[in-house]
Ligand binder design. Sequence first.
Ligand SMILES: Nc1ncnc2c1ncn2[C@@H]1O[C@H](COP(=O)(O)OP(=O)(O)OP(=O)(O)O)[C@@H](O)[C@H]1O
Ligand SMILES: [Mg+2]
Length: 434
Amino acid sequence: MSKRISVEIAEPFLPLVNQSIRVKFYHGGRGGGKSYAFADALLMLGLKSKLFIACLREIQDTIKDSVHKLLSDRISVYGLEEYEIKDSEIVNKINGTRFIFKGLRDQDPQKIKSLEGVDIAWIEEAQTITKKSWDILNPTIRKDGSEVWISMNREEENDPLWVALAANPDERTLVVKVNYYDNPFCPDELKLQAEKCKEQDYDDYLHIWEGEPVQQGDKKLISASAVKRALSNQIDMPNNSQPLIVGVDPARFGDDATAICFRRGRQAYRIKTYRKQSVVDVANIVTAIILEYKPARVNLDVGGLGAGLYDILEDRGHGDVIRAVNFASEAQDKEKYGNRRAEMWGRVNEWLNADLPVSIVDPDNVILTDLTAPEKKYDRLQRLLLEKKEDIKKRIGRSTDVGDALALTFAEAFYPSSIDLPTQEIWVDDNIYL
Ligand SMILES: Nc1ncnc2c1ncn2[C@@H]1O[C@H](COP(=O)(O)OP(=O)(O)OP(=O)(O)O)[C@@H](O)[C@H]1O
Ligand SMILES: [Mg+2]
């Protein structure tokens, strides 16, 4: 008889205990809670019924390399007296559940046969598993209803097990990504380390903490390296020969921020966010900017609060400067872009990758996360589209307000005057940008 214990499994890991499916593939960065959740879930299942559980990794020179210690620690945290911890095994004295620990490399195929009765195989640090090891292991885990659990911090785009199972998962494979911010138990120390890394080296951050492979795929519209290049370019004084364009992205919901960005040609600067401001507050901020800096254009996103903002500013006599921009409306270049939002962001990307250097000044360091957030897609006509705002928000935990503010400075097509493209006139509004 098993006694009642209360083990708290974080939400993303619930399928471990309440779904039967052949492959449960968990991946993500450091601190996502994968190892702990796998250990807890297996211990719980091993109390309920007799299971043969193999804890596998590519290399295990001694038992110290394995999850033996983690399982032992969790047994003592929960006081699971049913389990007896032996040197190289853990067994449930009551129902006969057994955990064994093995390295796959250099296993001779005869020995691996001992795994044939396994109910659950947990492959830890699965990014190091070779194709060869997997090809031997997979048909060995052959008991009806047996499951393969995988925990992986992706290393490269083409980690063998990722390619074999997760890149195009079949109906018998569950793929779940978990990062430190999904882990309700993540220690503050790890969160601090993650945030620090995010500030210092964004590519490292994506790899270590977000679990992205080192060679980033080209799913993202804007690459981290292009943004970093712009952030490190020093162009001290704004070039006043270029017209000033201001992008204003008013908050849509309570938890969004109003973001404002200035741009003169190749320089984006004075990026600021404002929280919890009323429409009138924002109107006052924008009015002050118009009076002090005399921008050629102030482009406002008129979704949500922005419509009211536009009305107030127009009423105050700024109608010649402000422009209403609707992200969801048709693009100006309808052949290339699926909507206005994709068009403006696409122009940011072209601007960042122009021949002459561009610079972004952002002391708060949020523009990098924002600009590198959206994934790109194409519609049936091969026009650029961006990942939906709600999906980005779900993924990175906030809206890309600052990125949108910069994008808004590209609402009326205008590129650095240095880029001499034949269609330039089409983008130019009133010729003031040349
Ligand atoms: N159920 C839990 N109870 C208490 N603390 C937990 C629990 N799950 C996770 N943690 C805490 O979160 C930390 C990260 O979890 P875990 O080591 O399982 O993450 P991971 O996804 O395996 O990442 P890594 O690549 O760092 O091993 C742990 O060191 C632990 O402090
Ligand atoms: Mg781990």
